[in-house]
Design a protein around this ligand. Structure first.
Ligand code: IFM
Length: 476
């Protein structure tokens, strides 16, 4: 029986966290043996990121992690999700680990534990060691085996002190934006490579989960974070429903099919058969990928609204993933993306908290009994300090309130959602958008790197401390 809840309260065990990723915050890209990842290379390639921004310094978390942990502690957060930079640990993506790299993460974890903040480690948040991309990257099968080796190294090093593990973050972005539209590193625009990369990311998840479990205490949990999309058809016409089905397969089924159910959707094979015969799916792969999971992480920002393309249409557009003449979606030129009505964030993403509710309930139905975590949710706004130095961000508070209220509604309706990680703790390097887009609950002055908690940080901190959502207009 779900715990009874008052209208704004969450279960007492609910985990209130914040999330970041290595390349977006750490900086120190040449320190302690770290070598370039695909994002170092991509960001330093002219024209790839807004303003030529890169993560060389980012918000210097590598040197300021103690202050950042103190900030979280001051706000009263209970958990922190961060990722490990693969090339800091294994500079060539293979072979022995660099102890200094691992030591940084040990210090970070110890600092968190000392402040009673639960660490949640993501092994891969898009920053493939450049040497592995030079060898072919995710479209090559060997990359999955390299990931398993890396997972084992990190599991051995941190498994005694980190209980929550996430293999991959948003494999859709790695495959479809990295190898499809090319708006993310490594910037390739090869539809078949997108599908091959997807399969090898799935394989990496399965091999990585096995590797982690082989070296970690049994109490630790293994999950992955999907940016599963709530795909809505523009109308209930058969053609629009088919378009939504196709995008659902390409956004969701391509990952959760093999990972959660041990099979790719047949309709995905049908939709893509002119591009590929999927012969890179080898015997035994699906069983390897379909590892039992302890939890599923869902990252949610905005829903997708799609229809069948009319006859005068020439390819997908307006799908909120950056601008590129190349579609991220292989075999989907017959699908149109639409801007849903209503308010938008500074990313241009429409705000629809019911999409989060729908996503949660979908997985509750698809994998009943599997605990869910919202491993990312948040919004970018054009935040600026007031003359008094404070940063007021009422839009972000409204966004968080709306989405957390939907999480609570899902729990009340029986969903087993165990926690929520706000994206992001700090303003940071927003990939191709550089530092232009601010997702942080904590404002970062990019000249001084000084941190200032925005009013949303105080609002969220109060929610975390009390387990209850403050009113949107409460003054902080
Ligand atoms: O900043 C990203 C993060 O790295 C992955 N999920 C989406 C966020 C906002 O775009």
């Amino acid at each position: 029986m779900p715990e009874p809840m008052s209208p704004v309260s969450f279960p007492s065990t609910f985990l209130w966290g914040a999330a970041t990723s290595a390349y977006q915050i750490e900086g120190a890209v040449r320190e302690d043996g770290r070598t370039p990842s695909i994002w170092d290379t991509f960001a330093h390639t002219p024209g790839k990121t807004a303003g030529g921004d890169h993560g060389d310094v980012a918000v210097d978390h590598y040197h300021r992690y103690r202050d950042d942990v103190a900030l979280m502690s001051g706000l009263g957060l209970g958990a922190y999700r961060f990722s490990i930079s693969w090339s800091r640990v294994q500079p060539t993506g293979r072979g022995p680990a660099v102890q200094r790299g691992l030591d940084f993460y040990r210090r970070l974890v110890d600092e968190l534990l000392a402040k009673d903040i639960k660490p949640a480690v993501t092994l891969y948040h898009w920053d493939l060691p450049q040497e592995l991309e030079d060898a072919g990257g995710w479209p090559e099968r060997d990359t999955a085996y390299r990931f398993a080796e890396y997972a084992q190294i990190v599991g051995e090093a941190l498994g005694d002190r980190v209980e929550q593990w996430i293999t991959l973050n948003e494999p859709w972005c790695s495959a479809f934006l990295g190898y499809g539209s090319g708006v993310h590193a490594p910037g390739r625009t090869e539809p078949v490579a997108t599908l091959r990369a997807s399969h090898h990311l799935n394989l990496a998840h399965g091999l990585g989960a096995k590797a982690l479990r082989s070296v970690m205490p049994a109490r630790n949990t293994v999950a992955l974070s999907l940016n599963s999309s709530t795909v809505r058809p523009l109308t209930q016409d058969a053609a629009d429903l088919a378009a939504a089905r196709k995008i659902d397969d390409l956004a969701n089924g391509i990952f959760h099919g093999p990972i959660l159910h041990g099979a790719y959707p047949e309709s995905l094979f049908t939709a893509t058969r002119q591009l590929t015969d999927w012969s890179y799916v080898q015997d035994g792969d699906l069983a390897t990928i379909n590892q039992p999971l302890d939890a599923l992480g869902l990252n949610y920002y905005t829903p997708a609204l799609v229809s069948a393309a009319g006859p005068d249409h020439s390819g997908p557009r307006a799908d909120g993933h950056g601008t590129s003449e190349h579609s991220p979606w292989p075999a989907a030129d017959d699908v149109l993306f639409h801007q849903p009505p209503g308010d938008r964030t500074a990313m241009g993403w429409s705000i629809d908290p019911t999409g989060l509710y729908d996503l949660i309930m979908r997985y509750e139905r698809e994998v009943p009994g599997l605990p869910l975590y919202i491993t990312e949710n948040g919004a970018a706004y054009d935040d600026k300090p007031d003359p008094d130095g404070r940063v007021h961000d009422p839009e972000r508070i409204a966004y968080l309130h709306g989405h957390l209220a939907e999480v609570r509604r899902a729990i009340a309706d029986g969903a087993d959602v165990r926690g929520y990680f706000l994206w992001s703790l700090l303003d940071n390097f927003e990939w191709a958008y550089g530092y232009e887009k601010r997702f942080g609950a904590v404002y970062v002055d990019y000249t001084t790197l000084e941190r200032t908690p925005k009013s949303s940080a105080h609002w969220y901190g109060k929610a975390a401390r009390t387990g209850t959502l403050p009113e949107v207009d409460e003054v902080f």
